[in-house]
Design a binder for this molecule. Structure first.
Ligand SMILES: CC(C)(COP(=O)(O)OP(=O)(O)OC[C@H]1O[C@@H](n2cnc3c(N)ncnc32)[C@H](O)[C@@H]1OP(=O)(O)O)[C@@H](O)C(=O)NCCC(=O)NCCS
Length: 321
């Protein structure tokens, strides 16, 4: 038997890479049938791998065994400075017949990324335990969760001391205050997110402009006559964080929720999440998607309780220390 061969990814590898990606996605959909069926078709998987290959600065490696491609890895930098000197492996950027081989592919591809000063590495990995384990044994850790659930069929009433209603223009001051709750929370330990919180005045100006946008459903939770929390639902099409294989068809998106610190634990977060789920059913969506920082001790516990199941792990590795 000839030894596996590792070499740089070339354009001619695209069709075989698409075949591997379609297979990986088919196995992934057995666990999550709500993920988009299209990419089980090699021709549509090819569109996704080609998009990664054509991204500016893309590079990677392939593994061939007895002349047949059995794995590939492709990454490209993102221009956003908040991710550091980065390269990203998107959902369509890797597929291997044997999970262990992702380690060989990374070994072959990462040298040039690091030589170019790109030391912050990110990868979107399906919730395949063996594949996640192989990435963990490359020094990666879990940073972010993508999750999905079907829309609910019944209505869940909020606790008796809470009212959840659609937000109105008069709620703008408290909506703006709640907008700052999430980045402030995530700026602290143990999330330490680098995202900039923005100012109260900017948040007010955003709400003044967007409160009547019919594409967004904004809810507030009221306790003892005071607004204590908010949530926002919209079409998943409006989220840039979910695309391609990680973007289910006809999905709603739980895009934001926050409860004032003093009012947490009363069930308001659940009630606000349920309002977006219910709105998604009424709008005609099939599923609802959300995502969270896994180091956010609040959302990472609240959203699974609402029935969200993780589909992809975003893993992260910082080289040099
Ligand atoms: C996330 C957040 C909106 C949840 O709101 P909340 O009012 O605190 O949550 P709830 O009281 O409704 O609890 C929600 C669920 O999480 C569970 N939960 C809360 N803390 C938990 C803990 N420490 N361990 C296990 N489960 C926990 C609750 O039991 C509840 O599930 P249940 O209804 O099945 O019992 C709120 O904590 C918050 O604003 N966090 C900061 C901003 C943020 O992270 N927003 C989310 C953006 S992705």
């Amino acid at each position: 038997m000839s030894r596996p061969v590792l070499r740089p990814f070339e354009e001619a590898d695209l069709p075989a890479a698409a075949g591997l990606l379609a297979q990986r996605h088919g196995a992934h959909r057995k666990r999550h049938p709500l993920l988009p069926a299209d990419y089980e078709d090699e021709r549509l998987a090819l569109v996704e791998v080609t998009a990664v290959w054509e991204s500016e600065g893309a590079s990677g490696a392939v593994l061939a065994e007895e002349g047949e491609l059995t794995g590939y890895l492709l990454a490209a930098p993102k221009p956003a400075p908040m991710w550091g000197p980065n390269v990203w492996v998107e959902a369509a950027g890797h597929a291997v017949r044997e999970p262990e081989h992702i380690r060989d592919l990374y070994g072959a591809a990462a040298a040039q990324w690091v030589d170019a000063g790109r030391t912050a590495h990110y990868v979107l990995v399906p919730d395949d335990a063996e594949l996640v384990d192989a990435w963990f044994r490359l020094g990666f850790g879990s940073q972010h969760a993508h999750a999905i659930r079907p829309v609910p069929s019944g209505v869940v009433a909020p606790p008796r001391d809470l009212v959840v209603r659609r937000a109105a223009r008069a709620d703008i001051p408290v909506l703006a205050e709640l907008d700052l709750v999430l980045p402030r929370h995530q700026g602290r330990s143990p999330v330490f997110s680098a995202g900039e919180p923005g100012t109260y005045e900017e948040a007010v100006a955003d709400w003044e402009e967007s409160i009547d946008d019919p594409g967004y459903a904004t809810f507030v939770a009221v306790h003892n006559g005071e607004v204590i929390g908010s949530s926002v639902g919209c079409s998943l099409d409006r989220s840039s964080a979910h695309s391609g294989l990680a973007k289910p068809d006809n999905a709603g998106f739980l895009g934001f929720a926050a409860v004032l610190p003093a009012a947490r634990g009363l069930g308001a977060g659940r009630a606000l999440g349920e309002a977006v789920l219910q709105w998604s059913t009424e709008t005609g969506y099939t599923s609802v998607v959300t995502d969270w920082r896994v180091t956010n001790l609040l959302s990472s516990r609240a959203w699974p309780r609402l029935g969200f199941r993780q589909t992809f792990h975003r893993l992260h590795r910082l080289i040099g220390y």
